[in-house]
Design a protein around this ligand. Sequence first.
Ligand SMILES: [Cu+2]
Length: 130
Amino acid sequence: MKRPVFAGFILCGAIALLGAAPSTVTVHLTAQNNSGQSGTATLTQKGSDVVVNLTMNGIPSGVAEPAHIHPGTCAKLNPAPKYPLTNATDGTTTTTIHNVMLSSLLGGNYAINVHNAKNLSIYVACGDIK
Ligand SMILES: [Cu+2]
């Protein structure tokens, strides 16, 4: 008779999580400048931090490309990064941004972009956070 109690605890935990504002946001990064590179970022609120998991496809093996959260949109990006992310590689990289609320990143006022490793002025992928 322990199983129903245990299940109840899990259910309560799930309801508590669902009760908060969206705790995870998915951002699709599309290729820019014929890079052939695209990806998906998931941003998850963990306490007072936001954890960003960035999975990229098409980055050549052994290459690490700068990635950031910038103010603006992919269509009109502020070139000054707001939050640096761990360099993007082929696969998944993780960054923890301290003391930021996911809700403050939403609304189309920020975008995630990835830069060409050899020429930062060339953007290879971008996705609006919304
Ligand atoms: Cu950038």
